[in-house]
Write a protein that binds this ligand. Sequence first.
Ligand code: SAH
Ligand code: SF4
Ligand code: F3S
Length: 487
Amino acid sequence: MKSSVKFDREASAQEAGRQAEFIEKDKVLVRALTEKLGRRPTACTVTFGCQMNAKDSEKIAGILRDVGYELTDSEEADFVIYNTCTVRDNADQRVFGRLGRISHFKKKNPDMKIALCGCMMQEAQNVEKIRTSYRYVDLVFGTHNLFRFPEYLCGVLEGDGRIFEIWDSTDRIVEALPSERKYTYKSGVNIMFGCDNFCTYCIVPYVRGRERSREPKEILREVEALAADGVTEVMLLGQNVNSYGKDLSEPCSFARLIEEVAKVPGIRRVRFMTPHPKDFSDELIRTIRDYPNIARHVHLPLQSGNSGTLKRMNRHYTKEQYIALAQKIRREIPDVSITADIIVGFPGETKLEAMDTVDVVRTLCLDNAYTFIYSKRQGTPAASMPDPVSEEEKKETFDLVLSAVQECARERSQALTGRVFEGLVEEVNEQDEHYVTARLSNNMLVHVPGDPSMIGKYYPVRLIECRGFYFFGEIVSGSEENSATDQ
Ligand code: SAH
Ligand code: SF4
Ligand code: F3S
């Protein structure tokens, strides 16, 4: 593993230039491959994990497209790359399963190249397993050196043998690499990388490194360019967006940044993921309240409702503080939805203690929550904490938490029946092509009769029939509208 590689701004700009040169070399190599195959080679990116990984995959796909590959969803492609996640063990297992299955594609197609990147590759045991047991993998790199992908691709295409390059950290942010957007009308925007919180169960700080914020002007430039390209919704991405800007030479709060983003002409919706409850400022609550184009949705990870467990998780808030914060957000921002992440079965948490989690869900009547069973991550402090509670008991507790979450989600949704909200049509309904799916500012999905021409446009949508946490509805007027809605 290479140790920390230090870069200043000038070196970062030079690096972007260097990679641009490799992109030109890659183009020549892909042209040669096209001639050899007698067709354009295809490339497939497969993404696991969070929005941050999805954004990284767009950068990888952008480079692959730029150098001449035809992008495809099929893993029977000439270049396949898995962008991995290691937040829970099942994410790891899924990658190894998929990797096993595509080995026979490579037997049929000797020109096929297989690459792995992302968070799992920052863990030495996984890299070792691939090195020795998955010998058909051509390229492995980690989260810190993704910007060198054009260079690695060049090595792979030139047939330099297997390339394994993992850095254990970086302080570099390389701007201006190409990116392939998955959606025309919405996009994620990285505002910071890494995490310094070290929640005791979590692997992310070890695989994503220390917090590094992008300069506000780089972020705004990207948002303006997206808006000029027809994007109307942006999601600001970071592991703890409330820490944004503390490390900049001219510090800038997240509240100020989001305000500037909300002012960019053409941006009709701003979302963000993920804030940490420990430092959710009043300034941020006011900013959301005052800018109607900042989404009426706060994803506020709870993890546990028990103050003792929260302390052992190193979360820096108590049950009471979380409840008070969520109530303040609901009071200040009408129609806001609050969703959470919850972990059941943290080492040593008893069933009785976990009832505090159920209590928080019910007291606030949370709009929804992702609920996970604790997964032991090697190298984290929680991995060596005593864990006497049986898996069976954890599963029972999980079911209790889940049913509380589902009941509350239904109750909160049902209360909106009959109201009209602005919906952004995102896609044709998978089950019925005569329906499209619109997302409301509060993140709720509504299925309405429609056609593909509506994708990417905003309509006033009436919520008619509640189906748990989503709705069937109708468009109030036939044409795209800007106003005449509740929000
Ligand atoms: N930075 C974000 C999200 C991190 S990962 C945050 O602070 O909330 C997304 C979610 O995965 C976490 O919120 C947590 O609920 C869950 N998670 C993280 N590590 C986990 C583990 N070891 N076992 C089970 N769930 C975990
Ligand atoms: Fe993990 Fe905690 Fe950082 Fe979120 S804030 S990424 S849960 S360490
Ligand atoms: Fe997974 Fe890495 Fe995101 S571990 S959740 S892909 S930061």
